[in-house]
Design a protein around this ligand. Structure first.
Ligand SMILES: [Zn+2]
Ligand SMILES: [Zn+2]
Length: 337
């Protein structure tokens, strides 16, 4: 089978031995396609992954061999995620599911950018779903990234009447903003790129250009009884976004960190203390968040049409390059038929 592996700082498509189910439980699935996640980009660009790693985890696939009690059968078209919490450890009991050791250790094998993938029985039972009839393959590939956003919104535990700001309106920012809106909140957004601002406005999110911060600031304060937003969602990977967050969050408000930043600068102790801020992170979804994600996609509350650009497996390096160069919103690697 053909897989895309990391070699010498490049993504190379190579042929490796087919994976077989053998006498294991679980399933072998033919990957129809796999979304390219921001975390794949970070792992590739920062040289975090070892030689020979197969990246990709946002898979849409068809079952070709199965030994399972899950009820899925050969021929089923499914969407799956990669990590599963144990639900028993101290992290899981403390609701930090994505910090669970088991969560971090579970994965799809060898990785999503592969013609075939092995899904364990645990994957089939917890994080795999049939593709809803009204969604295309590309649309349903947002199941996992949207699940991450659902998790963040739930973790922030805001009331449905809250005013919130999303900084960064790339794919994740647009998913986050739509999720917040679906939960009933008033959502503002900002970004530096005009086409992203236009996309957000078209989805009913009042979005501003971060270059005109005064305008955004004035508008948001006028619409929040002059106190600022209750929570800022940081989906931008820019260090400068931290200042924007501190200027727009209200006293006693929350900042939800959803992205790494290159210089890894932080929030000042005294900002957190004097403004009584809550700065919290959110990293990855639970199975329940993935279910909510699939519902939001299926009922049309989160719209992902026109976000993806499709690449063939042979052009996967270009997909990485175009994403890094901000030429596209989201790459979907089309692998099987
Ligand atoms: Zn992802
Ligand atoms: Zn656990």
């Amino acid at each position: 089978m053909r897989v895309a592996e990391i070699h010498n700082g490049k993504i190379e498509v190579v042929t490796v031995d087919d994976i077989k189910l053998g006498d294991r439980t679980g399933a072998i699935v033919k990957v129809l396609g796999c979304g390219l996640c921001g975390s794949d980009i970070v792992k590739f660009r920062e040289h975090i992954s070892k030689e020979g790693t197969v990246l990709g985890h946002e898979i849409v696939a068809q079952i070709v061999d199965i030994n399972s009690k899950s009820g899925f059968k050969k021929g089923d078209k499914i969407v799956a995620s990669h990590h599963i919490p144990c639900f028993r450890c101290a992290y899981c009991k403390g609701k930090s599911y994505s910090m669970c050791k088991h969560f971090k250790e579970t994965n799809i094998v060898p990785g999503g950018f592969s013609e075939y993938v092995y899904l364990s029985e645990e994957h089939l039972l917890n994080v795999t779903h049939l593709i809803p009839k009204n969604l295309t393959e590309e649309e349903v590939s947002f199941y996992e990234p949207l699940g991450c956003c659902v998790r963040a919104v739930k973790r922030a535990s805001l009331s449905p009447l809250s005013d919130v700001l999303v900084i960064g309106l790339g794919t994740i920012g647009l998913l986050m903003a739509q999720t917040l809106k679906a939960f009933g909140m008033t959502v503002y957004g900002c970004d530096l790129m005009q086409d992203r601002i236009d996309r957000a406005n078209a989805l009913g999110i009042r979005a501003f250009n971060s270059k005109n911060l005064d305008e955004a600031h004035k508008y948001i304060y006028e619409h929040t009884h002059d106190i600022g937003v209750e929570c800022v969602f940081m989906t931008s990977g820019a260090d400068a976004a931290i200042d924007v967050a501190l200027q727009t969050v209200r006293l006693g408000g929350k900042i939800l960190v959803f992205s790494s930043t290159p210089r890894n600068t932080g929030y000042k102790n005294n900002d957190i203390y004097y403004k009584e801020l809550t700065v919290m992170g959110s990293y990855s979804p639970r199975p329940q968040d993935l279910e909510t994600s699939l519902q939001l996609l299926t009922n049309g509350e989160v719209v992902v049409k026109h976000l993806t650009t499709v690449y063939k497996l042979d052009d996967i390096q270009k997909a990485f390059d175009d994403t890094i160069a901000n030429k596209i919103m989201k790459a979907y690697i089309k692998i099987g038929e």
